[in-house]
Design a protein around this ligand. Sequence first.
Ligand code: CTP
Length: 409
Amino acid sequence: MRGKKIIIGVCGGIAAYKIPQLVRLLKKRGACVRVALTDAGARFVSELTLATVSEEPLYRNIFPPTESEGVDYTRHISLGEWADALVIAPATANTLARLSAGLCDDMLAAIFLTLRPGKPVLIFPAMDGQMFLSPSVQRNIATLAAQGCSIVTPESGELASGICGIGRMPEPETLVAALEEALHERALSSPLYGKKVVVTAGPTREKIDGVRFISNYSSGKMGFAIARAAVERGALVTLITGPVHLSTPPGVERVDVESTAEMNAAAEGFFGSCDLFIGAAAVSDYRPAAPYEGKMKKDDEHIELRLVKNPDILAGFGRQKSASQLAVGFALETRTGLESARKKLTEKNLDLIAFNFFDRKTCGFDVDTNILTLIGSDGVATELPQLTKDEAAGKLLDAIEQRCLNNGL
Ligand code: CTP
C-alpha cells in the first residue's frame, strides 16, 4: 500500500461515518488518500473531518468555487489520471445509476470516467436490502461489473432502518483488505510480476574539469515513470539514474551514478541476471579525453576539447542478451527520424524501441508529456497520442507485456 494513490468516493449513506476511519487505516499503511464527496455524502460526513484525516483538500464539484480564480482546464481529469485505485464506499443506488449511465455531474463521476484502464475500481454498495435487490440496482451493478469494476456484496445485519437484511457496508478493515488484494491481483496478473527489470534514466555528466561538465537537458521523468509503472505490475526494479531532482518511486531500488562510465559499470552488473533492460537514459555519447584536474583557467583565447566516444550501454546489453531477455530502448530523434529509430532497433538488437521526437514543449526532455511511436522487432509501429509520461510509461509496459506473452516469457 506504501505510496499507492487511492481515491475514495463517498456517497450519501449512513455508512459514510466509517470513512474517516478507512482513510486513517490507509494512511497508516503509507497510502496517499484523496476523497471525492458527493453532495448527499456531505450530509452524512463533514468535509472538514475528511480533509483533516486525509490531509488533502476535498473534491466535490467539477467547477472551481470561483471562476475569477482562473480556470484549470485539467481539474476534471487530473484526479482520474493521478489515482492508482478508486474505492466507492458507501455506493448508493443513485451513484450506481449515475456511473452505469456514464453521467459526469460531479467530481466522483469525472474521476470514474477518467481513471486509467486497468486500475482497480472497488465498489461497496450500501443501502436498504430491498433497494439493493431491486432489478434497477442489480442491472446497474451488472453493467459496472461488466466494465471491470469489482462489486463487493454488502453484508447482512441490522440496517439503519432497524430492519435486518442485506445492505450493510463492511467494516473499514475489510475494505482495506479488499483493496490490498485488488492491487496485488493486478500485479499478479502481469507477465512482469516477479521479473527483474533494470531501467536507466536521466542524463549523464562528463567532466571537463573539477567544476564543469558536458550534459543534456534530460529530467529523468520518463525513466522514473517507467520504473514506477513496472513496480506496480509486480516487477523487481533497479533504476540506474544520472543526476536528477526526482524522488525514488516506492519499491524501486535506486543506483545513483554520474558519468556514462559509471552508468555502464552499474548496468553491466545486471546484464546476466535481468529479464528486461530498458534504456531510458539520455546518455552522453562522448566524454572529454583528458579531464583537467582542478579548475581550468581562462588564460588562452581558444581552447580545444578533444572528446572520445562513450560505450553504448544498451547496445552492450543487446549484444550479449539471451533469448529469454528483452531489450527496450528509446530513440531521440527529430520529428522525421522514424527510419533512424528503426535502424537503432536493429543495430542495438532490441525487441522494442520508442521513437521519441523532441520539441521541448510537448515531448522530449524536461516536459511532462511525451509523444511516442513504439516499434517492435517485427517492424510493426504503433503511434501513441500526446500522453503524460506516466501514461506513456503504461503504454510502453503494455507493449512489453504483450511481447512477454507472445514469446512465452
Ligand atoms: N544509449 C545507451 N548508451 C549510449 C547511448 C545511447 O544506452 N551511449 C541508449 C539510450 O538510453 C536509448 C538508445 O540507446 O535507449 C538510443 O539513444 P539515442 O540518444 O536516441 O541514440 P544514440 O544511440 O546515442 O545515437 P545518436 O545520438 O547518433 O542518435
